[in-house]
Design a protein around this ligand. Structure first.
Ligand SMILES: Cc1ncc(C[n+]2csc(CCOP(=O)(O)OP(=O)(O)O)c2C)c(N)n1
Ligand code: SF4
Length: 308
């Protein structure tokens, strides 16, 4: 750990572009992810952000936690606005109206904004080939409006709109595979990341900014409030979701898959599930089903990495 602090002070941007004093819940790993993403991108960044937790907690007038130009947009169109900024500013640079400069154009949204309501706009922006980055902060529900299920909510999770009870297991569909949907657009860069693995996350975001063309980064962002875990355990659960292979860390460069982190010892999914209030009702049989699904999906990704 001591070694790490020496390393991090040398390698990690010291400046903060998402500052303290915002109103996130204690232990929110989504806010931590935003902070890391901006450290990787630096000052010359313009962010368009959808309505959701990160927007609400960071911009209550007259204050702001953002130290980069930041545009709050409607729930569905951060990708459209970021791509518009890219086209507009590049045209002005071409015409000599503003100095030429490398700027990161970034669209950000939660899983609801990305996988559900902003899906069409995101697909359009990726397909048009803008030089922009889209970051999805996936906390596996619409947290800001009261823990409602999204298409990223995992099978078996109890939310306010997929409540577990005598007649329901909770969410009854599998999590939508957004990274693979992004890959299907044949864009140059797609990655998964998690704020419990900050160096991996920052490296990926940096790569996304250096590669020309659209990039998509899907960040697992543990939400203690919605997952019903103690506030001090967000980082632990981020590690558990990765080490149990429920959320593997990989990247896809020009269509080639590679694993960026392989757990030394793969943990049973039960380790990750136990302790989370949203999974409290699951029976051993249901947890076994989740284990089988996880193993199957992880093996598919490993195979794609082997095939390159
Ligand atoms: C078109 C539209 N529908 C619904 C809302 C209400 N709304 C605001 S934030 C939010 C939830 C956001 O969820 P998500 O994108 O997953 O981000 P999170 O809050 O979980 O970070 C909803 C439903 C809205 N602002 N606009
Ligand atoms: S509800 Fe969850 S994602 Fe939203 S601010 Fe609180 S901990 Fe963060």
């Amino acid at each position: 750990m001591e070694k790490f602090s020496v390393f991090s002070s040398r390698l990690v941007e010291k400046a903060e572009f998402f500052t303290s004093g915002h109103r996130a819940c204690q232990g929110c790993a989504e806010a931590l992810a935003v902070r890391h993403v901006l450290k990787a991108l630096g000052r010359d960044t313009i962010v368009a952000m959808s309505t959701g937790c990160m927007e609400i907690i960071s911009s209550p007038l007259p204050t702001t936690a953002w130290k980069v130009p930041w545009i709050h947009v409607a729930f569905e169109n951060s990708s459209a606005v970021a791509s518009g900024c890219e086209s507009g500013m590049k045209a002005m640079m071409r015409k000599g109206k503003i100095p030429k400069k490398k700027i990161n154009f970034v669209g950000m949204g939660g899983d609801g904004a990305t996988a559900d309501i902003g899906m069409g706009q995101l697909s359009g922006a990726l397909e048009r080939g803008h030089d922009m980055i889209y970051v999805c902060y996936d906390n596996e529900a619409y947290m800001n409006t009261g823990i409602q299920r999204s298409s990223e909510t995992p099978w078996g999770a109890s939310t306010t709109t997929s409540p577990a009870g005598r007649k329901s297991i909770g969410q009854h569909t599998q999590k939508k595979d957004m990274p693979k949907i992004a890959v299907a657009h044949h864009i140059p860069y797609v990655a998964t990341a998690c704020s419990s693995f900050p160096f991996d996350l920052m490296e990926k975001v940096k790569k996304a900014s250096e590669i020309e063309g659209p990039a998509y980064v899907h960040v697992m962002s543990v939400c203690p409030t919605g997952w019903r875990i103690p506030t001090e355990e967000a980082i632990k659960y981020g590690r558990l979701i990765v080490d149990s292979c429920v959320f593997p860390l990989f990247e896809v460069v020009n269509g080639k898959y590679s694993m960026t982190y392989k757990p030394e010892k793969i943990l049973p999914v039960a380790e990750y599930i136990k302790g989370q209030g949203r999974f409290r009702h699951l029976t051993p049989q249901m947890i076994e089903e989740i284990q089988e699904h996880t193993t199957r999906e992880y093996e598919k990704i490993l195979k794609m990495c082997e095939e390159g």
